[in-house]
Design a protein around this ligand. Structure first.
Ligand code: ADP
Length: 250
């Protein structure tokens, strides 16, 4: 444990990447750069680099999968072979199948599926570079890409993890903290409806730590939401918002 304290949080309270415990990594979202898609977003979330493309609403193939009263939402999360330190097998792993499912379930409550009966919406999340928290970054970008595609939504979905590192609850766990830390809790949140749509926990926390971790992650989701809004405003209105969005959210 002592080794971990020295390694992951130094005596000045700084983390391996120089952040404070309640600080997000730098986030940049670019909207609409894939012209063949109906909506798209590229997110840089720390060192994560992820492209999301949304297609639809469109005809469902195979046809028997169509639902008479609502749209079918499909999601594929995939990590490129060059996205990690060691070459990742390009075939879908169990982890990618699971993450595809949790991303779909995190986004579904935000989409007004009944508006598109017999149709499908396909979401492709392609990780070009992974740095821990790629599912949260993927959900965040997917929500922006859905908005870019003009899909009717109840709210945005903003996602961010919190975790326990060297006995401290920290915001936005990075790759080394994810691997060497004590706990990682990815959360997706509807910021206006104040609903959690994804809550996972890898590790062990006390009840008090659990509550603190969840509160910290939700606070991070609200900061992420401001950045999502800024990205969409910049694409559609070309407005330069120069104020520090992280501070606005806090
Ligand atoms: P998340 O990226 O959502 O935090 P995980 O906790 O499963 O998901 O993964 C944490 C990190 O571990 C990833 O962001 C990536 O950097 C790394 N990782 C995941 N799968 C692999 C893999 N097959 N090979 C190498 N690194 C991986």
């Amino acid at each position: 444990m002592t080794e971990q304290v020295i390694h992951l949080i130094d005596k000045d309270g700084k983390r391996t990447d120089g952040r404070n415990i309640d600080e997000l990594r730098d986030i940049k979202i670019t909207v609409g750069m894939i012209k063949n898609a109906d909506g798209s977003a590229f997110i840089e979330f720390g060192k994560n680099k992820i492209i999301v493309a949304v297609y639809g609403p469109r005809e469902v193939h195979p046809k028997h999968m169509a639902q008479p009263d609502r749209c079918v939402l499909r999601c594929r999360y995939h990590m490129s072979p060059f996205s990690t330190d060691t070459r990742k097998n390009p075939a879908p792993s169990r982890r990618e199948v699971e993450i595809s499912k949790v991303i779909r379930e995190a986004l579904e409550p935000a989409i007004i599926l009944e508006d598109y009966p017999r149709a499908a919406i396909d979401i492709f999340v392609e990780v070009l570079q992974a740095d821990g928290g790629s599912r949260c970054a993927g959900i965040t970008a997917a929500s922006v890409a859905l908005a870019d595609a003009g899909i009717n939504m109840r709210d945005m979905v903003s996602a961010c993890a919190a975790g326990k590192v060297a006995d401290r609850i920290v915001l936005d766990v990075n790759d080394i903290e994810d691997k060497e830390g004590c706990a990682d809790m990815p959360v997706a949140y509807l910021p206006n409806l104040e609903q959690v749509t994804l809550l996972q926990l890898d590790g062990i926390l006390t009840k008090e730590e659990f509550n603190e971790c969840l509160d910290t992650a939700i606070k991070g989701c609200k900061m992420v939401y401001e950045i999502q809004k800024q990205a969409l405003i910049q694409k559609y209105f070309g407005n330069e918002i120069t104020s520090d969005v992280k501070e606005t959210a806090q």
